[in-house]
Write a protein that binds this ligand. Sequence first.
Ligand code: NAD
Ligand code: DAU
Length: 356
Amino acid sequence: MSAKRVLVTGGAGFIGSAVVRHLLADSEAEVLNLDALTYAANLLSLQDIADDPRYQFRRADICDAEAMQAAFADFRPDCVLHLAAESHVDRSLTGPQAFVQTNVVGTAVLLDAARNYWEQLPESEQQSFRFLHVSTDEVFGSLGDEGAFTPTTPYDPSSPYSASKAGSDHLVRAWGRSFGLPTLITNCSNNYGPRQFPEKLIPLMILNGLEGIELPVYGKGDNVRDWLYVDDHARAIWQVACGGKVGETYLVGGGAERDNLTVVKTLCALLDELAPSADIGPREGLIRFVTDRPGHDFRYAIDASATTESLGWTPQESFESGLRQTVQWYLDHQEWVEAVRTGSYRNWMEKNYAWR
Ligand code: NAD
Ligand code: DAU
C-alpha cells in the first residue's frame, strides 16, 4: 500500500520536516503539512521545498475540532502521519498542562476528525486508509543496566511528557479497537540530526560549544539514550505506514546506546576539530555537571528486531558519521542558527504565514 495524499501533523517540527522531505523525495504522495507553528516549529527548515507542487502548508491547531474537520474535508487524505506534539521533557516539568492539551486532548480531537471523515469513505477507501501515530520509547519508563524495550513492554511513564504520550497511544488504540479506524503506532528512541531545536541535548551542546558557553550535563552524565539519525526515523515511519499491520505497534531505534557524558565529549572533540577556536580552547573545559532532571529516566534501549523482521527496516546511519554530519550541518547553516538564537525565525513565520 502506498498512500497518495498524506496529511502530516507537526510537519514544521524537527522530525516532521524530515518526514515531509522524505515523502517529497522518495514517494509520489501529495503532502499536507498541518502545524500550529508553536515555538518548536521552523518553516525555514522547509523553505527549499515550500514551492514543490506536491506540498502544501496549513496553519492549524490539532485541538481545534472545526479546523481539523475542515482539513480532512478539503485535503481528503488517505493517510495521516501524526507527529504534532509538545516534545520536550524539561518543558513538561515546568508547564505540564500544554502537554496534556496538545498531546492528549489534541490527539483525541484529531482522532475524532479522522474517524468522522473515514466513516464517510467508500469501503475500499476505508480499508486502505491509515492513521499512524508517532510516539516515543519514553512511554515504557526507565530500564536498568540490562535489557531493551519490546512491543509488549508495559507502559510506565515518568514525566508529564511521557505520560501525555502514553495517554495519546491509548487513545489511538481505543479508536482502532472501538471504531475500527485503521491505526498503527511507532515508538521511537532519541532522534538527532539537522534542524533540531536547540533545547534538546545534542543541538544545545553544539550551539553552546560554538559560542564557548557552559555545557550543562544533568547529574553525573551516566544516563543512557539510544540515538537514531532523524532520516532513518522518517524512513521507518513511511515504511510502517505503507507496510505495517493495522493495530500493531512498531519499535524504532538506532542500536546506538551512549551515556550522555560520552555524547557530550564526542561533540566537544568534533567541534574542536571542525571549528577550532584559540579563544575557547578545548570544549571539554566547558562541561559543567548540574542538578539532575527530576524523575530522570536512567536508560532507554530499543529492541527493533520485530520491525526489522516484518518490514526490513534497519538504521543506515552510524552514530559517529551521523553526529559528524549533524555538527557540520549546524556549521554550514549559520543563518538558521542565528534565526533560532535571536528568535527572528518566529517573525519570519508570522510575516510569511500570517494569513493562513
Ligand atoms: P518538535 O517539538 O520539533 O515539533 C513538534 C511540532 O508540532 C512543531 O512544529 C509544533 O509547531 C507542532 N505542534 C505542537 N503543538 C501543536 C498543535 N496543538 N497543533 C498542531 N501542531 C502542533 O518535535 P519532534 O522532536 O519533531 O517530535 C515529533 C514527534 O515525534 C512528537 O510526537 C514526539 O513525541 C515524537 N518523538 C520524538 C522523538 C525525538 O527524539 N525528538 C523521539 C520519538 C518520538
Ligand atoms: O526517547 C525519545 C525522546 O527523546 C523523545 O520522545 C523526546 O521528544 C525527546 O526530547 C527525547 O527526550 P530526552 O529527554 O531523552 O531528550 P533530551 O535531549 O532532552 O535529553 C537527552 C539526555 O540528555 C537526557 O538524559 C537528559 C540529558 N540532558 C539534556 C539536556 C537538554 C543533559 O544532560 N543536559 C541538557 O542540557
